[in-house]
Design a protein around this ligand. Structure first.
Ligand SMILES: *[C@@H]1O[C@H](CO)[C@@H](O)[C@H](O)[C@H]1NC(C)=O
Ligand SMILES: *[C@@H]1O[C@H](CO)[C@@H](O)[C@H](O)[C@H]1NC(C)=O
Ligand SMILES: *[C@@H]1O[C@H](CO)[C@@H](O)[C@H](O)[C@H]1NC(C)=O
Ligand SMILES: *[C@@H]1O[C@H](CO)[C@@H](O)[C@H](O)[C@H]1NC(C)=O
Ligand SMILES: CC(=O)N[C@H]1CO[C@H](CO)[C@@H](O)[C@@H]1O
Length: 356
């Protein structure tokens, strides 16, 4: 037994020690304690393709989403993709052209994102924007991020390009308050860069886009050196399009009727399975979906991240997918195997219980 006055000393000392600790460390990262110690690049995130192109109107043929940005984020989407065009002298997110689908100004969009970030302080979010008009990151893009209040939440790597294995952990990004990663597909490494707007293809490769084949054959489509393919993260474009006018080049539109099947655990995992050997035996960091509110995208990411069983029948086997070697009942590719039956038979409630 310590005498009373010594106890007092111990408690004063420990209080002082706690007070001296600089920042509270994140204990839940993107909803899961398990993610805090994992590298940003070692997590599969669900992305919303053409996130701004949402409409609940089935006659809006150019829509890719049914629910708004906030609802996408609330569902668990952690990558937002969008394509920007000048509309007059204001930068808007538009689908191919602002006459086809105008999602409003980039500033207004980013303000919605900022509101979500403010109310969800333990979330790391990726923004992947396309810049088909080659607009200047420093002169056009950065001021919009500044105005939305997002610039000082962004992650700026110590040097570029960042190898897949060199990204920080989610926990350290949250501790530093640098929890928004911004990629641009062109001009980010051009003459007029902004430090937090990162060049996509030197760090991420993508599968081909405008796919109309529902077996989603995998190939490395867009990539830049100098890093080797396996030192990139990768994104699978898992959205199926329909060619509604199969003459000449055709007219390709997103297909909402196929979304429940396309966004199923089985379809996404089959696509991933085909890509794993090309991606350094790793799952994709990003799975880009249309109609994210339909199907099982979020659950599939949790399977890929080893939180719920689905691959080889156990969560730990998923997390160690690359070194897993037991015999596959259905398919086997370099040690990866997907057994989707038990998962697709589970109800929503069971998912929820298992995720706790
Ligand atoms: C987004 O959609 C939700 C319903 O899904 C709605 O409650 C909310 O008001 C919408 N937000 C905006 C900014 O329109
Ligand atoms: C970003 O700026 C806002 C307002 O200027 C400030 O409150 C916030 O602490 C800053 N965040 C970081 C991570 O520096
Ligand atoms: C779709 O992809 C599969 C797998 O690569 C291939 O066998 C098939 O021929 C493709 N179908 C079409 C119509 O291109
Ligand atoms: C994370 O690492 C595990 C273990 O190496 C691997 O199985 C998984 O595919 C990785 N996921 C990503 C997105 O890199
Ligand atoms: C079909 C499809 O989803 N394509 C997209 C793949 O990703 C790139 C880059 O983010 C988009 O530009 C494509 O539209």
């Amino acid at each position: 037994m310590l005498p009373q006055h010594l106890w007092a000393l111990v408690s004063v000392a420990s209080t002082a020690f706690c007070a001296a600790t600089p920042t509270p460390r994140a204990t839940i990262c993107n909803g899961h304690a398990e993610y805090c110690s994992r590298s940003y690049s070692n997590i599969t995130y669900i992305g919303a393709h053409d996130s701004f192109a949402f409409s609940s109107d089935p006659l809006a043929l150019a829509r890719d989403q049914e629910v708004n940005i906030t609802a996408q984020l609330e569902l668990g989407v952690r990558l937002l993709q969008a394509q920007a065009h000048m509309n007059g002298d204001v930068l808007h997110f538009c689908h191919t052209s602002c006459d086809l689908f105008d999602g409003g100004s980039v500033l207004n969009y980013l303000k919605h994102v900022k509101t979500f970030l403010d109310s969800h302080p333990n979330e790391v979010l990726t923004l992947l924007f396309t810049n088909p008009e080659g607009l200047s990151p420093a002169a056009v893009w950065k001021p919009i991020f500044d105005a939305a209040g997002i610039s000082n939440l962004t992650y700026v790597p110590p040097s570029l390009p960042v190898k897949q294995s060199d990204w920080p952990t989610l926990g350290s990004m949250l501790d530093a308050g640098t929890r928004v990663v911004v990629f641009l597909d062109s001009e980010a490494d051009g003459p007029d860069p902004a430090p937090f707007i990162l060049p996509e293809f030197s760090m991420i490769w993508e599968t081909p886009f405008s796919v109309t084949n529902d077996s989603f054959p995998c190939s490395v489509d867009r990539i830049h050196g100098p890093l080797a393919t396996e030192d990139h993260m990768y994104l699978i474009n898992h959205s199926l399009n329909k060619n509604i006018i199969p003459i000449g080049a055709g007219v390709i539109i997103p297909d909402p009727l196929d979304a429940p099947e396309t966004n199923s655990v089985a379809s996404i995992l089959a696509h991933v399975d085909g890509c794993v050997p090309l991606g350094g035996d790793r799952a994709p960091a990003f799975v880009l979906l249309d109609f994210v509110n339909v199907g099982a995208g979020i659950q599939t990411a949790e399977i890929l991240n080893g939180l719920i069983p689905g691959a080889s029948g156990s969560a730990s086997a998923t997390a160690k997918g690359a070194s897993q070697t037991s015999k596959a009942p259905s398919r086997q590719r370099r040690g990866w195997q997907w057994v989707v039956g038990p998962v697709s038979m589970m109800g929503g409630d069971e998912f929820r219980c298992m995720c706790m």
